[in-house]
Design a protein around this ligand. Structure first.
Ligand code: AMP
Length: 220
């Protein structure tokens, strides 16, 4: 299965796509995680990406398209994958379509997590991530058992640089201007599955499973 997870920052794309990837036995391809890893390792990609990420802007399309195209050609993606955080612009979506077409492959669905902006700000400002394994927590709704320490690997929990208040506003604006047109783009293709993002992780996960197993009701 080839899926895309779409939605504003803080909607739960990372958490849900990771859970779904595990249950389907296919990789989760998160461009945000790939970039953060490159930044942490100070690779040439990381050095270029850092400034864009810290300001809340987008890394240029050609760079992102390059890393995703390379990643989805790896053996572990042969049976499918979940793209988390990509595409984020219409140009990226068109490039992905081209790459799929030339590989004679197609997308199965685009999960669009729908959630109000007020809730996104609340979530992002309380979000903490493990600096070692990237697992996400929230200070009030899903805190780690031992404050500041990851339950899964014992790593240190930190606030992502781009979750600071000013940057969050920029990221939401970037989503509205550059990424939200993809909702219409995929709706027109009959691939979009809207899923309400409010509720427990398990509730949202059940909705996603239902949404991807039913045939699209929004075929044009
Ligand atoms: P995320 O973890 O998906 O919120 O991504 C964190 C940051 O990485 C974003 O705010 C962007 O700066 C950058 N980024 C991730 N995915 C993309 C993409 N598809 N296109 C451009 N920039 C991206």
């Amino acid at each position: 299965m080839r899926l895309i997870f779409l939605g504003p920052p803080g909607a739960g794309k990372g958490t849900q796509s990771q859970k779904l990837a595990e249950s389907l036995g296919i990789p989760q391809v998160s461009t945000g995680d790939m970039l953060r890893q490159a930044v942490a390792q100070k690779t040439p990609l990381g050095e270029v990406a850092r400034g864009y990420m810290e300001s809340g802007g987008l890394v240029p399309d050609d760079i992102i398209v390059g890393i995703v195209s390379e990643r989805i050609q790896k053996d572990d993606c042969a049976k499918g994958y979940i793209l988390d955080g990509f595409p984020r612009t219409v140009v990226q979506a068109e490039k992905l379509d081209e790459a799929l077409r030339s590989a004679r492959e197609h997308l199965d669905a685009v999960v669009n997590i729908v959630i109000e902006e007020e809730e996104l700000v609340r979530r992002l400002s309380g979000r903490r991530v493990c600096e070692a394994c990237q697992r996400a927590y929230h200070v009030s709704t899903s805190a780690s058992k031992q404050g500041g320490v990851c339950d899964a690997c014992g790593g240190r929990l930190v606030t992502r640089a781009d979750d600071e208040a000013g940057t969050v506003r920029t990221r939401l604006e970037v989503y509205r201007n550059q990424t939200s047109p993809l909702v219409q783009y995929y709706r027109q293709k009959g691939l979009l599955r809207d899923v309400e993002g409010i509720g427990s992780i398990q509730d949202v996960f059940s909705r996603i499973n239902k949404a991807i197993t039913r045939q699209g009701s929004d075929n044009p």
